[in-house]
Every structure is written in structure tokens, then in C-alpha cells.
Design a protein around this ligand. Structure first.
Ligand code: 6PG
Length: 517
């Protein structure tokens, strides 16, 4: 291992795929990084990667030196001794207990009160709030949620930092350097996947989100939207595959066409790639040999739970979580398939097929607008509840590149919140209201078509129900309040009377008089 006396700018703990790639991204941007992992092989791997990239691509930024940029450490104490003061230490360890374990080890190793520890895992936001408090007198615990998977980590992720504002001033230049960049003129990502040649120009996808767990909360909602977005694409695929009898390759072609317009997004692009791929072993489309049982790590569920707790409806996100759960009942579904009948699927003419494909496109677009509307509404409710001042235009901006839900469409969301920072819901923004007005006929047709052909489209349908509920000034909650009052004397408010005044019908008395409570 290379000997180097010059102190490092950053300490990095946890060298799994994300940690290794974030480290390489940091060194590409001119930082010298001391690294530690409990698994020594992972330390060796990142040191070897650094050596390989120095030899192959030169030593960025000036390509004039060849000294190692990644310095291996064999303990927490050694890591601290290799860092310039005050220390900046980044953690990329699994969410939950491992974060607390590492923090405890750093305390034992002598970390100081003005040192900063940044958690970049998918931590539950309330854990982040608790950790900030718990470690207050020991060091500055800061959080930065990272989106973009391994490629994002390596060449530019979307970063959602939150915590102590002073700590942010110290981390800001680092995060703004390594984050994904957006062309300010087009609102589109500037992508360059070249080691040693990071993107320096453009707007950085790293903005301070707020105090304590705000960044992790926003990332949680990002993942909830990600779940919805993915499920919507899967439903579009399912209708084409089953009711239109299209092959994966044909559907991939449609997705590629869609990726030229309003649906242009990373998730549509990778869906096309997955659908095009042929399994080398069976020579079948890969999608046909992947078992239809979806996994999940929990962030979608957390979003759905938070929406229920806060009473901020996010039915399309919740539906996406339910859809994964239902997919998991594989054995039961296989059994039920032999017993439960569905409708007969009829052949369509090629003109009819084209019409259905167009209606699925429009349904996907409108449903996607609703999923984002639900996510942003949830963040708005959470901000009011937890005392955060979230800047929604800025959040939409940092999701335009680097993250999993990056899409052209996020530029329109940015503009909506720039037009009105107090916007109650994306659906009432003039641009989005107009979009849904234009495409809702086809949205309804696509859902009818899928339903009549027995193809489940819970995410499409929940989005439409959300839209229809949100746009109606009278909902059947009046009957519901009547039912509650009948069996439980729960009382109701009355049309035309001041809000908060409660009335009850004495249902058991002969002429059922109304009582003011
Ligand atoms: C991202 C991803 C990333 C990860 C999630 C999703 O933004 O980079 O969201 O955080 O892929 O953990 O995982 P599940 O689908 O397994 O819940």
C-alpha cells in the first residue's frame, strides 16, 4: 500500500458498491480520501481501482502527478490520524444499526466536537433526527441522501443534504463538485461517464434541503415516487404484452419512441433496455425468465406509512407497494390462476392496436403527473408538520439529473413551483391542469380497456381516482359522516354553518331531531 504523509481531505467508511464509487467520484474531483472498511478486501479493491485509473486516465485534475489519491487505513484511529482537521468523514454503510456502530467506534477513536460525520445511506429520517441529537456533544452528525445507484455514485448522483447549516457550508463545495449536473438552458442532464473527466459545468444537483432529517424525508418520498413510476411503466408493459400480444422487443421499441417526448426519463430508458435483452442461456427475452416476484427494501413502504400518518393521500405510491406485495404471493397466484376466470381477450385490428398504445401512453403520462403531485403534496404536509421550509422548485431541480426518477418532466415541475412557490398541488398548476385536460380522455380509455381485458392496472386507476377525487367539490363523505353519526354519534359539520360547529341527529328518537353540540 502506498505511503503518503500529506493529510487527506476526507475520510470514507464503507466501501460497498456505492461507497467505492462515491470515493472514486471524490478523487476524480481532486479530493484525497482516506478509506476504511471492516472488510480489508474492499479497501484493497478501491486502492487498486485508484491505481488503475491513475495509470489509465492520468491523475485528475491536472494529470501531472501519480501519487495515490486513495489512502488505505486499517482502523478508525488510523483513519482519523490521516485526516486534516476538522475532520470530514463520509459513511456509506447499511441503514440502521451499522450507522450507530460506526459512530460509536468513531467516538472511541477520538473524534472531536467540530468534526463532521455524514450518513449517505437510505436511513429512516426519524433515525437521522435522533442521531443528530444523540451525537450533538460528540461531533456534528449530518445526513445526505444519495440517489442514482452505482453509476450515479461514480459519475454524478443527486444529493439531498440536511442537518446543521454550518456543517453544510463545509460540505457544500464537495457535494456540488461530485453531484450530477444539469444544462441550465435545456434543464437536461449533462452526462459524461468517463473516469478522470468529471462534468464540471452546469447546475449541480446538490441543494441543502433543511434541518435534521429533512433530506432523508425528501429522499424517502423520491423513492415512493420511484415505486409509483416503476409500477406505472410495468402496467403499461402488461397491457401491451397481454392484451395486445406484443413481444418484449416490440414494447421496447414503443418505450424508445415514448422516450423522445413528455415521458423521456431514465426509468423508461432502462425499461426498454431490460425488455430488449435476450438471456444468453435460454435465448429467451430476459424479462420472461425473471421471476415475477418484486423485492423491496422499505422506502416505498415508509412513504406510504407517512402519507397515512399525516393524512396526505398518496394512493398511487401505496398501490405500488401493494402491487409488489401481491406479486410476492406467487404460489397463491399460480393456484388461483387455475380457478378464477377472467374475461376473454379479443384480437384487435392494427388501427385499434395503435389507438390503445396511444391511450396507454397518455394514461402513463397523466398517472405520472398524479404520482408526483401526491409526492410533492406529502412533502408539503410534512414540512408544515415538522417545521421545515422546503423549496419545492429546488427539490424538483436536483431531481432533474443523477437520480433514479430523473426525467424531462421534472423541468416542468421546477417551472410550476417557480411560478407559484405556495402551489397547493401540482394538478392545479396551469400547465399540468392543461396537460390532464388534453389527455384525460385517453387515460380513461386505457383504464377501461385494461379492466375489460382483465389486466390489473391499480396504479393507473388509483391515480385517476385521486385526480377525480381532488377535482370534485362534493364527495360522498357526506353520507359517510351520516353513517358515523348514526352508529357512533360522531357528529358532523353542516353545509352553510361555520366550520367546527358540530351537529348530531338523535337517531333513536321518533322524529330524529338535530342537536347542536
Ligand atoms: C436511488 C434508489 C436506491 C435503491 C432503493 C430502492 O434513488 O438510487 O432509490 O436508493 O434502489 O433502495 O430499493 P427497493 O426497490 O429495493 O426498495
Amino acid at each position: 500500500m502506498g505511503q503518503n504523509t500529506q493529510l487527506c481531505d476526507i475520510g470514507f467508511i464503507g466501501l460497498g458498491v456505492m461507497g467505492k464509487n462515491l470515493t472514486m467520484n471524490l478523487v476524480d474531483n481532486g479530493y484525497k480520501v482516506a478509506v476504511f472498511d471492516l472488510d480489508y478486501h474492499k479497501i484493497e479493491a478501491v486502492v487498486a481501482q485508484d491505481q488503475y485509473e491513475i495509470e489509465t486516465y492520468g491523475n485528475d485534475p491536472d494529470k501531472s502527478t501519480s501519487s495515490p489519491r486513495v489512502i488505505p487505513c486499517s482502523s478508525y484511529t488510523e483513519l482519523l490520524s490521516k485526516l486534516s482537521s476538522p475532520h470530514l468523514i463520509i459513511l456509506s454503510v447499511p441503514a440502521g444499526e451499522p450507522v450507530d456502530d460506526v459512530c460509536a467506534k468513531l467516538i472511541d477513536a477520538g473524534i472531536k466536537a467540530d468534526d463532521i460525520v455524514v450518513d449517505t445511506g437510505n436511513s429512516l429520517w426519524t433515525d437521522t433526527v435522533a442521531r443528530e441529537k444523540r451525537f450533538e456533544s460528540k461531533f456534528l452528525f449530518f445526513s445526505t441522501a444519495v440517489s442514482g445507484g452505482e453509476i450515479g455514485a461514480r459519475f454524478g448522483p443527486s444529493l439531498m443534504p440536511s442537518g446543521d447549516p454550518y456543517a453544510w457550508t463545509r460540505i457544500k463545495p464537495v457535494w456540488q463538485a461530485i453531484a450530477a449536473k444539469v444544462d441550465p438552458k435545456t434543464g437536461k442532464p449533462i452526462e459524461r461517464f468517463e473516469p478522470g473527466n468529471p462534468v464540471k459545468e452546469g447546475e449541480s444537483c446538490a441543494s441543502y434541503i433543511g434541518p435534521n432529517g429533512a433530506g432523508h424525508y425528501v429522499k424517502m418520498v423520491h423513492n415512493g415516487i420511484e415505486y409509483a413510476d416503476m409500477q406505472l411503466i410495468c402496467e403499461a408493459y402488461h397491457v401491451m404484452r397481454t392484451a395486445l400480444h406484443m413481444t418484449p422487443a416490440e414494447i421496447a421499441k414503443i418505450f424508445r419512441q415514448w422516450n423522445q417526448g413528455v415521458l423521456d426519463s431514465y426509468l423508461i430508458a432502462i425499461s426498454a433496455e431490460v425488455l430488449e435483452h435476450v438471456d444468453s442461456e435460454s435465448q429467451l427475452p430476459l424479462v420472461d425468465i425473471i421471476l415475477d416476484k418484486a423485492g423491496q427494501k422499505g422506502t416505498g413502504l415508509w412513504t406510504a406509512m407517512s402519507s397515512l400518518e399525516l393524512g396526505s393521500p398518496a394512493p398511487t405510491i401505496s398501490q405500488a407497494v401493494f402491487a409488489r406485495a401481491l406479486s410476492g404471493l406467487k404460489a397463491e397466484r399460480v393456484h388461483a390462476a387455475k380457478i378464477l376466470p377472467g374475461p376473454v381477450i379479443h384480437e384487435l385490428s392494427s388501427k385499434e392496436k395503435q389507438d390503445v398504445i396511444q391511450s396507454i401512453h397518455d394514461a402513463l403520462y397523466c398517472s405520472k403527473i398524479c404520482a408526483y403531485a401526491q409526492g410533492f403534496q406529502l412533502m408539503n404536509t410534512a414540512a408544515a408538520e415538522y417545521g421545515w421550509e422546503l423549496d419545492f422548485a429546488e427539490i424538483a431541480k436536483i431531481w432533474r439529473a443523477g437520480c433514479i426518477i430523473r426525467a424531462v418532466f421534472l423541468q416542468s415541475i421546477t417551472e410550476a413551483y417557480q411560478r407559484d412557490e405556495q402551489l397547493a398541488n401540482l394538478l392545479v398548476d396551469p400547465f399540468f391542469a392543461e396537460q390532464i385536460k388534453t389527455y384525460q380522455g385517453n387515460w380513461r380509455k386505457a383504464i377501461s380497456f385494461a379492466t375489460l381485458n382483465g389486466i390489473p392496472c391499480g396504479a393507473f386507476s388509483s391515480a385517476l381516482a385521486y385526480y377525480d377525487s381532488y377535482r370534485l367539490d362534493v364527495l360522498p363523505a357526506n353520507l359517510l359522516q351520516g353513517q358515523r353519526d348514526f352508529f357512533g354519534a360522531h357528529a358532523f359539520e353542516r353545509v352553510g354553518k361555520p366550520s367546527g360547529k358540530r351537529f348530531h341527529v338523535a337517531w333513536n328518537e321518533p322524529n330524529r331531531p338535530v342537536e347542536k353540540l
